[in-house]
Design a binder for this molecule. Structure first.
Ligand code: NAD
Length: 355
């Protein structure tokens, strides 16, 4: 019999369920956080990361699962929010040990009985999800499934930039504007290509010079050293690398009018949303603008027709406008307005008003 155990945790947040999963024989330790199943089964990626402490893994899972609930609610998807984080340890990086760990993860998800569905995330791949699939059907993002979400995430972000431009400048024309991009990875690359085709000037950076080279050769963008990106003059700044990069140290350096990027959890703390507002920099909340990828997964997750996807991704434009107009009308920061709108939608669903 498998030594897998699921210990119920009670972190004192409004998460519906949080479990610590262990299977010592498989070298498996993970936190699965189910924030909300009000709109539908909780979906969220499986992150494999080396955390200094178990408590850090828990914090990540709690925060990211709540973000997924809000993202799905504002994207109008009948899905809730969850997240799995597996604590990487020596030996879990490859081979049979990795396989045993992923199989244990599949068993843990199966025990949750469909409350939680997962897919690849930082540190995991579609091939890993194929292994998880051997133990549970509650998994998407398989090879040959919805594919790389990044082009759709990038396109949704372009739509969001247009909406933010309309709100800020009265026109959603981006041609002739300058966009600075932090991170020339999957999303950053596709974003740069789409924007350059629209006649946007680009200033880009990455800690990996090879990635900067790929973008500058594909688009004619100006490459900058990583530390220069915050003070780079531009109309729009697009953080497409890591979370927590908008903070008390970086916000004073910004020389842009709008921040709109794909990275999750860009604000280090909620007060950073207010810091941006004080500097009259319009912040397009991350989970509103980076929903293109999860929307693109709807055919695989929900059985939608592929033809429904483009219009839904284009709809990020209207969603962001609604958030920005609400923030303006109520004199609050956009991140606070987005949270409020998401919570209102969830409250409506709770009351059964989900036609
Ligand atoms: P990625 O790993 O392909 O790209 C991230 C890039 O950022 C890498 O090239 C990396 O070298 C670079 N980077 C890391 N630290 C940096 C730093 N300090 N300065 C400059 N560059 C740095 O990831 P991705 O798929 O492009 O995703 C980018 C971000 O968007 C992530 O935060 C991800 O969680 C988020 N996101 C991605 C998607 C998607 O569809 N891929 C969807 C929603 C959110």
């Amino acid at each position: 019999m498998s030594p897998l155990t699921l210990e119920e945790l009670h972190p004192g947040t409004d998460h519906e369920r949080v479990v610590f999963c262990r299977d010592p024989e498989a070298g498996y330790r993970a936190v699965i956080a189910i924030h909300s199943t009000v709109a539908g089964p909780a979906v969220g990626g499986t992150r494999l990361w080396s955390y200094p402490r178990e408590a850090d893994a828990m914090t990540d899972a709690l925060r990211l699962s709540q973000g997924m609930t809000y993202k799905n609610a504002l994207a109008g998807l009948p899905l809730g929010g969850g997240k799995a984080v597996i604590l990487a340890s020596e030996g879990t990086g490859s081979g049979q040990e990795r396989e045993a760990m992923l199989l244990a993860h599949g068993r843990a998800i199966e025990r949750l009985g469909g409350l939680f569905m997962t897919a690849e995330d930082v540190g995991t791949s579609p091939e890993d999800m194929e292994i998880v699939r051997r133990e549970t059907r509650h998994v998407a993002g398989l090879p040959g499934g919805s594919g790389d979400p990044s082009p759709r995430t990038a396109h949704g972000l372009v739509r969001a930039m247009k909406a933010a431009a309309l709100h800020r400048w009265g026109s959603d024309e981006l041609a002739g504007r300058t966009v600075s991009i932090q991170g020339c990875g999957h999303v950053g690359y596709h974003l740069a290509v789409e924007l350059s085709r629209m006649g946007v000037w680009l200033r880009v950076t990455d800690v990996d010079p090879e990635r900067v080279y790929q973008v500058t050769t594909a688009t004619g963008a100006e490459g900058l050293p990583p530390e220069k990106i915050f003070s780079a003059k531009a109309d729009i700044f697009a953080p497409c690398a890591l979370g927590g990069i908008l903070n008390a140290e970086t916000i004073p350096q910004l020389r842009v009018k709008i921040v709109a990027g794909a990275a999750n959890n860009q604000l280090q703390e909620p007060a950073d949303g207010d810091r941006l507002r004080e500097r009259k920099i319009l912040y397009a909340p991350d989970y509103v603008v980076n929903a293109g990828g999860v929307i693109g997964g709807a055919p695989e997750l929900l059985g939608w027709g592929e033809e429904e996807v483009p219009a839904r991704i284009d709809g990020i434009y209207d969603t962001l406008l609604a958030v920005l107009r609400m923030a303006k009308a109520e004199g609050v920061s956009p991140h606070a307005a987005a949270d409020r709108l998401a919570e209102e939608r969830l409250a409506q669903l709770r009351q059964g008003d989900n036609k």
